[in-house]
Design a protein around this ligand. Structure first.
Ligand SMILES: Cc1ncc(COP(=O)(O)O)c(C=O)c1O
Length: 394
């Protein structure tokens, strides 16, 4: 079908200056990976977000794989995680041996809360995965208190919430691990792929360069000839006496240079999206059939604009918007326990009624940063029209 407003795979457009950075670094970077642009990006990211140690990686999934490796799960260890998230928030932890305990979201905020997490804590719990979904920073102060009480690691999946803060403290700076994505859809993208892992603990920071890049190290003695016994050394990364196989999760220099440049307008892009979201939500305030999460602060960056549709109208609304108004809305995130992939490893059951209720009635409007006010106006007016039609039909 030809849509007037199609869903898009690109979160934002690039400015002329950003494109110039890309072409300049394409020409001058040597090497094209693991050089000065990566170092500068990590440094700027760390400063901008008030983090301790940052490591640029090729995507957020790689950052999650690294975090999962560093958690050192022992047989029986449990990780508390939401089912309402993107798949790679969770499966890296299963691969590294964690038993998953699904926790439910809050219906209003659509993220985990200290209360929903506490219900899942057992003597085996080792870590909590918090996903700041849709771009909303969860109740981290309470969650950090809970984690301290039970001595749990916190992994913050900030893939969608870059640049959000709670009383001035940035998303990703509360937990032991902060995971950021610069994927094509995101509020800030380094040419389609890219990610960052932040850690608080220096022991993790010491091992991460090796873990990220094939176990490469230097020789620990003075050498007379740079090529003897070999150009470089390889050592097994070891944490708390455990050997960890290395990976290659590096991010290229062009992406890193672009990432540094984009940081200059990250907060501005977030503010623009938030202002559009608040406008959109307010335009539809006379329609209680749509329940948005309205947050007028930098705690939400409105990566996505989601609503719960009441009165069983969700499917009718999406169908009408698609067929008649030619607007393609999305539905996210299929609870992970409903996928065959998770069922295949015994994770098909989850007692998460809020997640089920929300997902089964959810709509995500097309809401990229580059959308014009004309597009948004058309979506708002069509939604009003469609809801009136459904009211009359009902
Ligand atoms: C919540 C969440 N976590 C993790 C990821 C994985 O990010 P990446 O594509 O950078 O690996 C995504 C999306 O892409 C996401 O939305």
């Amino acid at each position: 079908m030809e849509y007037k407003i199609n869903s898009s795979g690109t979160g934002h457009r690039y400015t002329k200056e950003e494109i110039e950075v890309v072409t300049r670094v394409m020409n001058e970077a040597d090497p094209l990976t693991q050089g000065k642009y990566r170092n500068a990006f990590e440094e700027k990211f760390k400063e901008a977000l008030g983090l301790d140690y940052c490591f640029a990686v090729n995507n957020a999934t790689a950052a999650l794989e690294l975090a999962a490796q560093l958690c050192l799960f022992k047989p029986g260890d449990e990780l508390i995680a939401p089912t309402h998230t993107f798949t790679s928030s969770v499966y890296p932890f299963i691969k590294k041996g964690a038993n998953i305990r699904w926790a439910d979201i809050d219906l209003k905020t659509r993220v985990l809360t200290a209360e929903s997490i506490e219900k899942r804590i057992t003597t085996k719990t080792r870590a909590i995965l918090i996903v700041h979904l849709y771009g909303y920073l969860a109740d981290m102060e309470e969650i950090v208190q809970l984690a301290k009480k039970h001595n749990l690691l916190i992994i913050e999946d900030v893939a969608q919430a870059l640049g959000t803060d709670l009383n001035g403290k940035q998303a990703g700076s509360f937990g032991d691990f902060g995971i950021y994505s610069f994927h094509s859809h995101k509020n800030m993208t380094t040419l389609g792929e890219g990610g960052m892992l932040s850690v608080k603990n220096q022991t993790y920071a010491n091992i991460l360069p090796q873990l990220r890049h094939n176990g490469h190290t230097s020789f620990h003695y003075d050498r007379t000839d740079y090529w003897l016994p070999a150009m470089g050394n390889l050592e097994m990364p070891v944490l708390e006496g455990k050997m960890l196989w290395p990976n290659n999760y590096c991010l290229g220099e062009v992406e890193c240079a672009l990432g540094s440049k984009l940081l200059d307008r990250m907060h501005q892009m977030n503010a623009e999206k938030r202002s559009n979201a608040l406008w959109f939500i307010d335009q539809l305030s006379a329609f209680p059939e749509l329940e948005f999460h309205r947050v007028d602060s930098s705690r939400h960056n409105y990566h996505l604009l989601a609503a719960q549709v009441k009165n069983g109208m969700r499917n009718g609304l999406i169908k009408l918007l698609a067929d008649f108004y030619k607007i393609k809305c999305d539905v996210r995130y299929y609870p992970l326990n409903r996928y065959p992939l998770y069922q295949a490893v015994g994770l098909g059951q989850a007692d998460c009624p809020n997640t089920d209720l929300f997902f089964d009635n959810q709509i995500c409007f097309p809401f990229e940063h580059w959308r014009s006010r004309e597009d948004l106006n058309y979506i708002v007016n069509s939604t009003k029209d469609a809801l009136n039609k459904l009211r009359n039909a009902g």
